[in-house]
Design a protein around this ligand. Structure first.
Ligand code: UDP
Ligand code: MG
Length: 133
């Protein structure tokens, strides 16, 4: 069974949406194999998002992900990586399809409620980052 990494970002935690988002994954055949609420440092966020280090939004992104508690989860299911990406919707909530997490809950392109791995390879690395010491 494939696994992927999901993060419920600070904007969604702040608005008490974690349970609703978790239930949405479960209802759509993604099981939550592991889950923990953490508050990472800006340095940890910078390491996690280092693929984006050349982007103009990198600094704000890292500041944001470390601005409050997040929930990191291992999701498991058939085609979990792609399935999660579909359930999340487009990066910009304005462009996201109906019945996707970002359409339902996202506020803006930066406060878009969730992160999800974009490939099986990155999923392995991201799960390792948060769950294996
Ligand atoms: N992001 C942003 N401004 C942009 C593009 C992205 O703030 O113009 C943030 C946004 O929170 C996004 C994250 O950077 O979720 C990572 O960007 P990516 O392109 O990987 O989008 P995702 O994979 O999250 O859909
Ligand atoms: Mg991405």
């Amino acid at each position: 069974m494939e696994q992927t990494l999901s993060i419920i970002k600070p904007d969604a935690i702040e608005r008490n949406l974690a349970e609703e988002i978790k239930n949405f994954f479960k209802k759509n055949n993604l099981n939550i194999k592991d889950s923990k609420k953490i508050h990472i440092t800006k340095e940890e966020a910078s390491e996690f998002y280092k693929v984006h280090q050349s982007k103009p939004f990198y600094n704000d992104l890292c500041a944001y992900l470390s601005s409050g508690p997040i929930i990191v989860m291992i999701l498991e299911g058939e085609n979990a990586v792609l399935s999660n990406r579909k359930l999340m919707g487009a990066t910009n909530p304005k462009d996201a399809d109906e019945n996707t997490i970002r359409k339902m809950y996202g506020i803006s392109i930066d406060k878009n409620s969730v992160h999800g791995s974009d490939s099986v390879d990155n999923a392995k690395k991201e799960i390792e980052f948060f769950f294996k010491n």
